[in-house]
Design a protein around this ligand. Structure first.
Ligand SMILES: Nc1ncnc2c1ncn2[C@@H]1O[C@@H]2COP(=O)(O)O[C@H]2[C@H]1O
Length: 844
């Protein structure tokens, strides 16, 4: 079918083509152009021509040219891209800030969605602290001190307006603040908007900015004294204040100081509110009317400060307030004290937490000197040793060398911990000669295995003869290498060097084995990195060059110290070379074996595939043949029925090819089935050539092998008609049916038809018809050829072998009884009584 030509219904290519495209072959011109026209063209998502053409974003509609929908619905290509994917986590190099559009064709659309953990968002909520605090401080002041409101009405109006603008802007910012979904920042503007609009904070924020003061201007509404009271809803914005404080607390470098400042702010705010309310009550009761109320003073500040002082006495539970006399005063004072209990307890608790935090932060970094001192005292080991311990602790704190930093970092995830440790120690590690040139990533892995240790002056880091368990890299300080006498100084090691490796790496000929070869004494304070034996082995396994460098240096030192047994070293080297050689030989042998095994496996697979294909082909042929046989049998049966009824004279078969001539599906089929039919029809005195030649031809291995299934079926088919007419049938048949001409072949065909090519392959199926024929001899070969065994034969001996024995057996057995059967079977045929018996003889 040519491209573009309409397909005929039911065309074999219709399926694949339909799946691939709208009735066009892949690669045709219209196929390439169609998706572009059908799918909306986009900036980056298109394919083929016009992929880069900007087009209107939107859902892909039905294609204009009537192409099937699946052309247009290709989500990966047709989805409009608006900047970065909303669910794509920002890469390491991508900023979370709103990005300015860049010029040029590759400009990305601006995305003003804020990262809630980002800097811009933090700055914004920090700014929002101002209007919220303004409303919390000033509104109550203006309500309770009317002079304040009246004196600066214009200023308050301006500030109120500014605060409202900021509140509204904050709603806008909220609408454009991303959120995390499955740990990934969602920056899609639509989704962030809907998320905020659907949350409880949206109505809350709206209520907090409603212009409630305008209600006071409505006629009939009683004027709220001092309009500020009508703005009380502005205080509802306090959750944003808490959010800002929380964020600041996690970001600041002085969280404890911040916590203290926050507490003080809450305290002052509480006192401020109490003072305002106290003044309002005093003004209502009459300023200076009794000792409890605020005295009347011409100065506003004086009155406020007096109120603030009284409130501090109440809320700080200091007491010593003027005695309350009126009920209102008593109630107010009692409420104040109750609040004070609550507030004071909270504040005291918070302050103590801050103090504990402060001290625990120090103790987490530095080991506490107290317990060691007490331990030494308890054990009676004070004196100079205790002084040294104290000096060591002092050195750590003074020099800010926390040895227990790993304890602090242990809560971090491994990757982050490696980053932190690398940022702190990488510079020091790079100074170590061994690590020079190592990649940063490797050093980052190494730094997690290193443990910082600080040794004081006069301390031995290791002693000669000790078993080596770790090696050291010198970060800071000087250390002396002392000989066996503990006095002779062999060398002085400084920052960037390492020691303690000889006893860890197995240097050939090292007479010390895994024991230290020298004493190492810290001259002053030494800041070292310690690396354990296992960790070192892992590192060296990855870096053979580092191992070689270490071994070379260790060998040189051992030689200098006279601790290298060169004879043993040579022997070890020779043994190693020999082992290496043998290993290589084994490896080569193994490789050869593997290659052979792979080749054999490939051969096995190929032959299995071949055989499977052949079996399938044979099955197909058998099915075809069986169908043809059934057709022919039906036709012949009808013809014979006609003959028996006397409506038509007996017909001579069509030549030596049998009734079907050369049109049968297979030659064997023609020879076996046609032969049977011929035999049934042929007068007994005129045996046709096919009677004599047909059967042997069907039994010839060549003819059977050439036609696949015939070989399999040949014997049983050869037996089929004969055994059907076999000894047991012979006497019964004519008696039962009165018309033996019809009866014999018909019965035979019925059996053949019942057997079927599939039944042939199944063990039961193969045996059933034959068993029904009462020929145990015939069952044996077929049973032997049941599918599983037949398959096994295919696998092991090949198709020839499969057909060989089974077929030979079957034929052999078939020949034995079938001769007799044929002769007896011929008795079924009316014309065959007498002379025709000989027709079967030559075949045997
Ligand atoms: N002469 C030397 N000069 C420098 N370092 C040495 C010398 N002798 C021994 N060392 C180091 O001192 C370490 C003592 O422990 P090790 O034997 O494990 O490894 C030793 C070497 O790293």
């Amino acid at each position: 079918q040519k491209p573009g030509r309409p397909r005929a219904p039911g065309s074999p290519v219709a399926g694949p083509l339909h799946a691939a495209g709208p009735g066009r072959l892949p690669g045709s011109r219209s196929r390439r152009s169609r998706p572009v026209s059908a799918a909306p063209a986009e900036g980056t998502g298109g394919v083929g021509r016009g992929a880069g053409t900007p087009g209107p974003p939107g859902p892909p509609g039905p294609p204009r040219d009537g192409a099937p929908r699946h052309w247009a619905l290709r989500p990966a290509q047709t989805r409009p891209r608006r900047g970065p994917s909303p669910s794509t986590p920002p890469g390491p190099g991508r900023s979370l800030r709103p990005r300015a559009a860049k010029g040029g064709r590759t400009a990305t659309p601006q995305n003003w969605t804020l990262d809630p953990a980002g800097d811009w968002h933090y700055r914004w909520i920090s700014l929002m602290v101002l209007p919220i605090l303004y409303n919390w401080v000033v509104l109550i002041l203006r309500c309770c001190f009317p002079e304040v409101q009246e004196a600066h009405a214009g200023l308050w109006q301006a500030l109120d307006g500014l605060s409202d603008v900021l509140y509204l802007l904050d709603i806008a910012v909220h609408l454009h603040t991303g959120f995390l979904e499955d740990g990934i920042l969602v920056r899609d503007a639509r989704r962030t908007r809907w998320r905020y609009l659907g949350s409880w904070s949206f109505p809350w924020d709206v209520v907090a900015v409603l212009p409630t003061e305008l209600l006071c201007l409505l006629p009939g509404v009683p004027r709220v004294p001092g309009v500020p009271a009508a703005r009380a809803n502005r205080c509802l914005r306090v959750p944003r204040l808490f959010e800002a404080f929380d964020r600041c607390e996690t970001r600041t470098g002085w969280p404890n100081a911040f916590r203290m400042a926050k507490l003080m702010l809450y305290l002052l705010l509480g006192i401020h509110w109490h003072a305002c309310l106290y003044f309002a009550l005093s003004a209502r009761l009459g300023l200076g009317a009794d000792p409890w109320v605020c005295p009347s003073s011409p100065r506003l500040l004086r009155r406020y400060l007096h109120s603030f002082y009284i409130s501090t006495l109440v809320l700080a539970m200091v007491g010593d307030t003027p005695p309350a006399q009126r009920e209102e005063e008593l109630l107010f004072l009692t409420a104040g004290f109750l609040l004070a209990v609550l507030g004071f307890a909270t504040i005291t608790g918070s302050i103590s937490t801050v103090i504990v935090n402060l001290s625990s932060a120090g103790s987490a970094l530095y080991p506490a000197a107290g317990p060691v001192r007490r331990y030494l005292r308890a054990r009676g080991a004070g004196g100079r040793l205790a002084a040294r311990v104290a000096r060591w602790h002092q050195h750590l704190r003074a020099q800010r060398k926390p040895p227990a930093e790993w304890r602090v970092l242990r809560h971090l995830p491994r990757g982050l911990r490696a980053e932190v440790a690398a940022s702190v120690h990488l510079a020091a590690l790079r100074r170590v000669g061994l690590f020079r040139g190592w990649e940063r990533g490797v050093l980052r892995q190494l730094v997690l295995r290193l443990r910082p240790q600080v040794f004081g002056p006069g301390e031995f880091v290791c002693r000669r003869g000790d078993v080596g368990r770790e090696m050291y890299f010198i970060r800071e300080g000087r250390l002396a290498v002392l000989a066996a006498d503990g006095v002779t100084q062999l060398a002085v090691l400084g920052a960037g060097l390492y020691f303690g490796e000889i006893s860890l790496i197995n240097i050939k000929g090292n007479m010390a084995g895994n024991r230290r070869t020298a004493n190492i004494l810290s001259i002053g304070y030494s800041d070292l990195f310690c690396l354990g034996k296992e960790d070192l082995a892992e590192v060296l396994a990855e870096f053979p060059s580092a191992r070689a460098a270490m071994e070379a240096k260790g060998r040189e030192l051992l030689l200098r110290m006279g601790q290298l047994d060169t004879g043993a070293e040579a022997a070890a080297l020779a043994a190693e070379a020999e082992a290496e050689r043998r290993l290589r030989g084994l490896e080569a042998a193994l490789e050869g074996l593997q290659t052979r095994a792979a080749r054999l496996l490939a051969q096995l697979e190929a032959s299995a595939l071949r055989l499977a294909l052949r079996v399938r082909r044979l099955e197909g042929r058998l099915q075809l043949r069986d169908g043809a046989v059934r057709d022919r049998a039906g036709r012949d049966g009808a013809a014979r029925a006609d003959g028996a009824a006397g409506t038509a004279p007996p017909q001579q078969p069509a030549g030596p090819q049998g009734p079907t001539g050369g049109q049968g599906p297979t030659r064997a089929q023609g020879s076996t089935e046609a032969r049977d039919v011929l035999r049934a029809h042929r007068p007994p005195t005129a045996p046709g050539p096919s009677e004599v030649q047909g059967a042997p031809r069907a039994q010839e291995p060549g003819s059977a092998g050439g036609q696949g299934g015939t070989g399999m079926q040949g014997p049983s088919k050869a037996q089929g008609p004969h055994r059907a007419q076999g000894p047991s049938d012979v006497p019964g048949a004519p008696k039962a049916h009165g018309s033996p001409t019809v009866q014999g072949p018909l019965r035979a065909r019925g059996r053949i038809g019942a057997r079927g090519p599939r039944g042939m392959y199944g063990p039961g199926g193969a045996q059933a018809p034959l068993r029904a024929q009462g020929t145990p001899m015939a069952q044996a070969p077929l049973r032997a050829q049941g599918l599983p065994r037949a398959r096994r034969q295919i696998g092991t001996r090949g198709p020839g072998a499969m057909y060989g024995p089974g077929r030979a057996q079957a034929l052999r057995r078939a020949r034995g009884p079938s001769g007799a059967q044929r002769s007896t079977g011929a008795q079924d045929v009316p014309g065959a009584q007498g002379g025709p018996r000989g027709a079967g003889v030559p075949r045997d």
